[in-house]
Design a protein around this ligand. Structure first.
Ligand code: SF4
Length: 341
């Protein structure tokens, strides 16, 4: 059996390892420091541990940092990275530089079970969950690691379907022994898988982004099978239990699909659904994927849709598209790699 990784372990887990190896209790904090503050890639670099203890650790563990296997650079500065995750295949992470922000969009699963009609990752099927190590590694092993100001869980997979590992990664990002980031710097996106969402809301203070895409239940079901098990109205009931008037924010992602969800009637139903909720709606341009007959709404329709929402008191923006020239739709690059194999 291969060695276990230290990266992605919480302080509590490191404390157990230290105890098991009969090392002094204070070494747990030292190891966490080497992993998450100094970001070392080998146990031998942990120079304040004794040689004996480094040998002991080396027998059973590796740090587990892995560099991306490929990178595609867009002319707008966006970089799409590909990471190999063993038998499970490959995942994508996208680095998006903006004026004052450096955001990384991370993946939480390899492929996805949720089968959303418009999604390339969904077409790959499900290959496996990422470990907290594989999630944290995306942040730690890219060239721009030291620049990152924000993380969004909007890459491959449904984070609520891998909630244990996602919460562990969030703990490492926010804990004082880890990156010590404010939870305000982290946004977790979900299609509304309620059991996981309930835990995310209760066990973290991160921002939440709900993939909405159609406020009419029957039409949403045609796009997103999740609507059957966890209808949007139930998701919103849960969301409304929390206070989003202070630090924490909730937003709704809405991919604009020509003739499918972009009419004035759709905007009206959406306004009613979100009435009284302090939130933002992000309108997203659809990137066509092979084999799916969906098109992006035209510019004027998007502007009218946005204005209808804003006029109804709901802050709404049309997201600018990034990395158009490097397989912009999530899952495109890893699918291309799969096909090459
Ligand atoms: Fe999965 Fe998200 Fe794609 Fe839906 S949109 S299939 S939840 S990755």
């Amino acid at each position: 059996m291969g060695k276990d990784t230290l990266l992605g372990k919480t302080l509590t887990e490191i404390q157990l390892i230290v105890k098991e190896l009969d090392m002094p209790a204070f070494s747990a904090k030292q190891i966490a420091d080497w992993l998450y503050k100094k970001k070392v890639t080998s146990i031998d670099e942990m120079s304040n541990l004794s040689v004996k203890h480094r040998l002991l650790l080396n027998e059973k563990y590796v740090v587990g940092a892995v560099k991306p296997s490929d990178a595609h650079y867009s002319k707008d500065g966006t970089v799409k990275y590909l990471f190999n995750v063993g038998e499970k295949g490959a995942i994508e992470s996208v680095y998006i530089p903006d004026e004052d922000r450096h955001t990384l969009c991370v993946s939480s699963q390899v492929g996805c079970k949720m089968g959303c009609l418009f999604c390339m990752t969904g077409k790959q099927g499900f290959k496996g969950n990422l470990s907290a190590c594989e999630i944290i590694n995306q942040m730690q092993s890219i060239n721009e690691a030291s620049l990152l100001s924000n993380v969004v869980f909007m890459g491959m997979g449904e984070p609520m379907d891998n909630i244990d590992e996602v919460l562990k990664a969030i703990e490492i990002m926010t804990a004082s022994y880890g990156y010590a980031w404010s939870p305000k710097r982290i946004t977790v996106s979900t299609i509304g898988l309620l059991p996981g969402l309930k835990r995310l809301l209760a066990e973290s203070d991160c921002h939440v982004a709900i993939s909405l895409h159609n406020a009419k239940s029957a039409e949403r079901l045609a796009l997103m099978p999740v609507e059957k098990a966890y209808p949007l109205v139930q998701v919103l009931e849960e969301i409304r239990k929390y206070d989003f008037s202070h630090q924490r924010r909730v937003s709704f992602e809405y991919i604009m699909l020509k003739g499918v969800n972009d009419t004035p009637q759709h905007a009206k139903v959406l306004k009613l659904l979100l009435k009284g909720l302090l939130c933002r709606v992000n309108l997203i341009r659809y990137h066509a994927i092979p084999g799916v007959e969906l098109e992006c709404s035209d510019e004027l329709t998007m502007i009218n849709f946005r204005d209808a929402l804003t006029g109804g008191g709901i802050i709404s923006t049309i997201r600018s598209s990034r990395g158009e020239d490097i397989f912009a739709a999530c899952g495109m690059l890893s699918t291309e790699k799969l096909n090459q194999k």
